[in-house]
Design a protein around this ligand. Structure first.
Ligand SMILES: C[S@@+](CC[C@H](N)C(=O)[O-])C[C@H]1O[C@@H](n2cnc3c(N)ncnc32)[C@H](O)[C@@H]1O
Ligand code: SF4
Length: 362
């Protein structure tokens, strides 16, 4: 039995944040019953393609999946449990926006079967929440965080840094406040200005690169002093609280993707397929999959395990890497390698895209 993750994409939000290019739109009056019933039959369809899987994680992402009525969350989880063998300690995550918290949200989600909650807080000061177009106040962000801590044992918040003109002492304060919540996991994303977003149209620029780098270093120091470990470029966790589902993507395990905007990687016979809405699939060549796994694996602090890489894509890492470029990167201190493993160094993290381009020969 192979390990499987299931990703359920909810492509709707209450309001669109000006920085965000995730596949989501603002729509009221969604017929949730109808939509969820199409999700249920899509789950049956993906199960029919390969039944040799054990589900180790489910992830409700978006968009804003905290808009899904808890009764439908429960239905989706029950359906998965009826279709696949599920690991006893399966991780079931959901991304929530404080602007959907009616006071009972987290209690209801816990009762519906969610056991890991990731809250999109983004900033811990009122001005920046406004700048980021968030439609919740700072007080609401705190209230929702308290509630998440009350109902869940496994929790995370997202924060965005390197905002325009962000001062390092302000970010330090915010991050210390975030660490003081006692959450098991934190995701710290550097603000990127994505094409076709409102921020791009307005010509908003993120913090300068040197400042972003300084903020990254500050984050690393503060957060480590609170006992978190960085296990991926933007993700920090207390011991044993890494996101198992996301690790599955980065380590190259298969996943089913449900909903408009959800993609999957599943094996049928000897081939690996990219699957996407609505029930489309195309074969990915071994080389394409290997390149994809290289790009994702280098994001991990522990790097890429060569044996696991070979097992998951059928090609040896040496065959996919530009070995001449690798030697230069090693000499320059950006990458380190031993018999079993290859990884990006602390120094290399600031130029990750450059390293990836060199190694894949782009
Ligand atoms: C799908 S959203 C999370 C949940 C929920 N929709 C919310 O916003 O509260 C995923 C995360 O990606 C991050 N994100 C989205 N666009 C970003 C950007 N342009 N730069 C940096 N982080 C971004 C945000 O931290 C956001 O919480
Ligand atoms: S950040 Fe979250 S709430 Fe905002 S538009 Fe993106 S998915 Fe929706």
């Amino acid at each position: 039995m192979q390990r499987l993750g299931i990703y359920i994409h909810w492509p709707f939000c209450k309001s669109k944040c000006p920085y965000c290019d995730f596949f989501s739109r603002v729509k009221k009056d969604i017929n949730q019953e109808e939509l969820v019933s199409s999700y249920l039959s899509d789950l049956e369809y993906y199960r029919s393609l390969n039944d040799n899987y054990t589900v180790e994680s489910i992830f409700f992402g978006g968009g804003t999946p905290s808009l899904i009525e808890p009764q439908y969350i429960e239905k989706l989880i029950d359906k998965i449990a009826s279709l696949w063998k599920c690991k006893d300690d399966i991780e079931i995550s959901l991304e929530a926006n404080p602007n959907t918290d009616d006071g009972n949200l987290f209690k209801n989600l816990r009762q519906a079967g969610i056991n890991r909650l990731s809250l999109g807080v983004q900033a811990l000061n009122e001005n920046d929440l406004k700048f980021l177009g968030r439609t919740h106040t700072l007080a609401q962000a705190y209230k929702s965080t308290d509630s998440v801590l009350k109902y869940f044992d496994n929790h995370s918040i997202d924060l965005i840094y390197a905002r325009p003109n962000q001062k390092s002492q302000d970010w330090e304060k915010e991050l210390q406040n975030a660490c003081n919540f006692g959450l098991k996991h934190l995701s710290l994303y550097q603000l990127t200005i994505e094409e076709n977003t409102f921020f791009a149209q307005k010509g908003i620029r993120p913090a300068k690169e040197e400042i972003a780098e300084e903020l990254y270093k500050i984050s690393d120091n503060i957060i480590k002093s609170f006992g978190y470990n960085r296990y991926e470029v933007s993700n920090y966790a207390q011991k044993n609280f890494e996101c198992h589902h996301n690790l599955g993507y980065w380590e190259g395990f298969d996943y089913v993707g449900i909903g408009n905007g959800g993609i999957g990687r599943i094996r049928i016979a000897d081939d690996i397929y990219n699957t996407f809405y609505p029930r489309e699939k195309e074969v990915i060549t071994q080389t394409e999959r290997a390149e994809e796994l290289l790009i994702m694996g280098l994001r991990l602090t522990k790097g890429i395990n060569k044996n696991l890489f070979m097992k998951n894509c059928g090609i040896s890492l040496d065959k996919i890497i530009d070995n001449q470029a690798l030697n230069v990167l090693k000499k320059d201190g950006y990458v380190s390698e031993n018999k079993n493993n290859i990884k990006v160094t602390e120094k290399g993290n600031f130029v990750l895209n450059y390293i990836i381009n060199k190694l894949v020969g782009l």
